[in-house]
Design a protein around this ligand. Structure first.
Ligand code: MN
Length: 264
């Protein structure tokens, strides 16, 4: 009998001591469970006019979404189903409004290409989203560059291998800040262009996209469950081409501030 009481007392005292120690020293860690041994920072993008940032979950890109670019890349522009690829989230290089950001010329390539694109950022998602409701999931828009190691992409494509090495590398997702659609409206038309050292290279209009942003979201959501934080590079117009160290790229999209980088 006495032994039993003693044991309960000891257990209770020990539990209190543990609880007290946890509460006083590291309450968050105690409640959250194991910590990351090598923590990885969240990837975020500034939002224009907001103190908070947009955390990126996944980067989707659509290929060959302007007829003239589809032709220059050797495919039929007659509304073939859109195809998608991803870039790693930490490939994002944030570019501020008004700066000319240094962009490192990547390894392995001798034919490094620019692709200026409209980027849509999602605040929600789902599967099998109807195109008519797709824009309800868009939080905002940004200017982006889907930078491409074209020689590596082409070489892998020729061997029917994944061309990830041509698209998914460090700094390959150049991105301006996000502009809330509540302020800019949705982008279905408007001039989009890219100049290199003051010479126009790409010059088109969003209304020439084969698949609209709404249709891209609808199609993507058939293959993937989309979620808040997903961003979509919506494809580039024709006249993609090479850049070299020292080149200054100036991207324009009607209705948004310009975005500029220098290849270093
Ligand atoms: Mn692209």
């Amino acid at each position: 009998m006495e032994k039993s009481i003693d044991r309960r007392t000891v257990l209770a005292t020990g539990a209190l001591a543990l609880a007290g120690a946890a509460t006083r020293s590291e309450p968050a860690a105690a409640q959250a469970g194991p910590k990351a041994m090598f923590p990885v920072p969240a990837v975020t993008v500034p939002i224009v006019g907001e103190p908070d940032v947009f955390q990126v979950r996944r980067i989707y890109c659509i290929g060959r979404n302007y007829a003239a670019h589809a032709i220059e890349r050797g495919s039929d522009p007659n509304r073939e189903p859109p195809f998608f690829f991803q870039k790693p989230t930490d490939a994002i290089q944030n570019v501020k409004i008004g700066e000319v950001a240094d962009h490192p010329y990547p390894s392995l390539t001798k034919n490094y290409h620019h692709e200026v694109e409209l980027v849509a950022a999602l605040k929600s998602g789902g599967t099998n989203i109807p195109a008519e409701q797709a824009l309800d999931h868009v939080y905002g828009y940004a200017l982006g560059l889907d930078m491409t190691r074209r020689d590596l992409q082409n070489a892998m494509a020729a061997e029917k291998k994944p061309w990830e090495i041509g698209k998914s590398f460090d700094h390959a997702a150049v991105l301006g800040p996000i502009h809330p659609a509540s302020k800019t409206g949705h982008f279905t038309k408007g001039a989009i262009s890219l100049a290199v050292n003051g010479t126009m290279r790409q010059n088109s209009d969003l209304e020439k996209m084969i698949w609209s942003v709404a249709e891209q979201i609808a199609k993507l959501s058939e293959a993937f469950e989309l979620k808040a934080g997903d961003i979509i590079y919506s494809g580039t117009p024709e006249n993609v081409g090479p850049v070299v160290k020292g080149d200054v790229l100036l991207c324009k999209l009607q209705g948004l501030p310009d975005m500029s980088i220098r290849i270093v």
